[in-house]
Ligand binder design. Structure first.
Ligand code: CO
Length: 136
């Protein structure tokens, strides 16, 4: 048995074509507020994080045409893009994925937004869900 490595749902990421419109929807409909907004050029995205208890809704929009999120929107339209699970140690969780024969997108942990350390797990081998491991 593997020890439980996931400590919290960190965020649910939703791909949107218009970040301001999506933020306005959550503000006006649910009274949500933006806790953090950041452009991550290495991923070709801009994100807005809306806090829900100890988790976030991460609204994601592409800032370049070759961004994976741009391709996602083109293929599937707006919708849930990935789930971020909070972990104590990103390297340990990533190694566990590899040990179980899972496919990873990031071979090693790397910097994410708001100072986190992250690694993505390929949806193939993860029952169709793109998983992000998030270490705060
Ligand atoms: Co994410």
């Amino acid at each position: 048995m593997t020890d439980m490595l996931l400590t919290e749902i960190d965020h649910v990421a939703i791909a949107v074509p218009d970040l301001d419109a999506a933020v306005a929807y959550y503000e006006q409909t649910f009274g949500a507020t933006v806790a953090h907004r950041e452009r991550i050029d290495s991923d070709g995205v801009e994100e807005a994080l809306l806090k829900v208890a100890d988790s976030y809704i991460q609204l994601l929009t592409p800032v370049s045409d070759d961004s994976p999120v741009a391709k996602f929107l083109e293929k599937k339209g707006p919708g849930i893009h990935h789930v971020g699970y909070r972990v104590t140690d990103c390297a340990v969780a990533l190694q566990s994925v590899k040990d179980q024969g899972g496919q990873v997108i990031d071979q090693a942990p790397r910097p994410g937004s708001r100072g986190t350390t992250v690694a993505f797990v390929h949806p193939k081998g993860a029952f169709g869900t793109l998983i992000e491991l998030v270490q705060e």
